[in-house]
Ligand binder design. Structure first.
Ligand code: VGL
Ligand code: ZN
Length: 197
């Protein structure tokens, strides 16, 4: 059984948003069209409490897009984004959310970020998505969404390591691409056995 996982197609990651990904809105209609071809559709939603520890605003003197050391490892510090209940955390207005079987929220613990749909950034704390997919008999996943080099990348690598058959539709993703993060993400996904289309 084949599932479509739509990563973080939210207002803050689209042009005009707090952490806008260039061209983020261009993928919405083609993703809607793709949903009809899958037996299961899962959406992820980046969902941070105000004052989340991944926000540069919470680290004195830290600039957005700088890197800090957290107890669980290196963490990029972001502009405040996807704050729970804010318009920026909402899905893009044209995304067909009615088609979703499951919406999984992540990044809701104040002290840890979660790029991946499967594990928080300590690579240990599960989100529960693996259990959902397995109990539904979904073994093969196609990933689309935002951003290619962060949440799509981490989700795809984790899914492949968990034994799912994983495809990333790069044409239906857009990247942040800071300091070579996109090419590093492509290499990491390929190495993990992710099919890059
Ligand atoms: C994301 C940075 C911070 C993403 C989420 O969806 O790729 N990136 N939070
Ligand atoms: Zn985030």
């Amino acid at each position: 059984m084949h599932g479509l996982v739509v990563i973080d197609v939210q207002n803050d990651f689209c042009p005009g948003g707090a952490l806008a990904v260039s061209g983020g809105d261009e993928i919405v209609q083609p993703i809607n069209a793709l949903m009809t071809q899958f037996e299961a559709v899962i959406l992820t939603q980046d969902w941070h409490p105000a004052g989340h520890s991944s926000f540069a605003s919470q680290h004195q003197g830290a600039a957005p897009f700088s890197v800090t050391q957290m107890p669980y490892g290196a963490q990029v510090l972001w502009p405040d984004h996807c704050v729970q209940g804010s318009p920026g955390a909402g899905f893009h207005m044209e995304l067909e959310t009615d088609r979703a079987d499951l919406i999984i929220r992540k990044g809701f613990r104040p002290e840890i970020d979660s790029y991946s749909a499967f594990f928080e950034n300590d690579h240990k704390t599960p989100t529960g998505l693996e259990g959902y997919l397995r109990t539904r008999g979904i073994t093969s996943l196609t990933l689309v969404g935002l951003a290619t080099d962060f949440c799509v990348n981490f989700s795809a690598v984790d899914a492949a390591n968990l034994g799912f058959d994983v495809t990333v539709r790069q044409d239906l993703c857009r990247a942040i691409d800071m300091d070579g993060s996109l090419s590093a993400a492509r290499e990491g996904m390929a190495k993990a056995g992710v099919r890059l289309l």
